[in-house]
Design a protein around this ligand. Structure first.
Ligand SMILES: [Zn+2]
Length: 227
């Protein structure tokens, strides 16, 4: 857990904050903070464990979501973990288990995180799943674009968009409906002109796509001195 948190902190400092300075509306940038970013990562991992996995098909046969959705499963499952993880954070805030102060931070950090994950590429499950989420939320008004091309969260509409996409994905999974999964991904998991513009802008600032962790203990094992 300590390593995971250290790695997350590095990703937050070196990638998420620089992305936010370019892609997130200035008025909302101060909402972004590490704790909400890290809590969402934890909720993402927890939410892989819930939702439909073993399912019963309409003809009564037992199956799994993975078997039915085949090559489309990974992108949809990563999107589920992300979006239900976000839903779960709101739930924990509403239950009084997390501070109400986190509410705005959770959504604005998530917005900045969209651009981070989409940079992994749409051929990769996390990138593809994140494009799906960004475009769904944008279409439903939860994210808006400003005149200066930065993006912002509409706090009145974001909750509804998060809930409707969570429902959409988990219904597809529960039914093992590959046709519906394909239609959803074909429509939303795409690089729209707005999204493409934001990603291109980031390229000009040479922000890293990921970090490269280095572990001193490995050098020690190889007989090298610690740096
Ligand atoms: Zn995941």
């Amino acid at each position: 857990m300590v390593i995971l948190k250290n790695v997350s902190q590095a990703k937050f400092d070196r990638i998420l904050l620089p992305i936010a300075r370019i892609c997130v509306a200035e008025a909302q940038r101060t909402n972004i903070e590490f704790n909400s970013f890290f809590l969402h990562t934890l909720c993402h991992e927890c939410c892989h464990g819930i939702g439909p996995h073993n399912i019963v098909l309409p003809d009564g046969q037992h199956s799994t979501v993975r078997l039915e959705l085949e090559e489309l499963h990974s992108a949809l499952e990563e999107a589920k973990a992300d979006i239900v993880g976000l839903w779960a954070l709101q739930y924990l805030i509403d239950q009084g288990l997390l501070s109400k102060d986190l509410e705005k931070a959770v959504y604005v950090s998530f917005l900045a995180g969209c651009f981070r994950s989409i940079r992994f590429g749409l051929q990769e499950a996390h990138g593809k799943g994140q494009a799906l989420q960004f475009n769904w939320i944008f279409e439903n008004g939860g994210f808006v674009q400003n005149g200066d091309k930065t993006f912002a969260v509409d706090f009145n509409k974001i909750k509804g968009a998060v809930e409707s996409l969570s429902r959409e994905i988990m219904n597809i999974q529960a039914q093992g409906n590959k046709v519906a999964a394909r239609l959803l991904l074909e429509r939303y998991a795409v690089l729209t002109p707005d999204l493409h513009g934001a990603i291109n802008k980031l390229e000009n600032f040479q922000i890293p796509v990921d970090i490269a962790p280095s572990f001193d203990i490995l050098q020690l094992l190889e007989g090298k001195s610690l740096g």
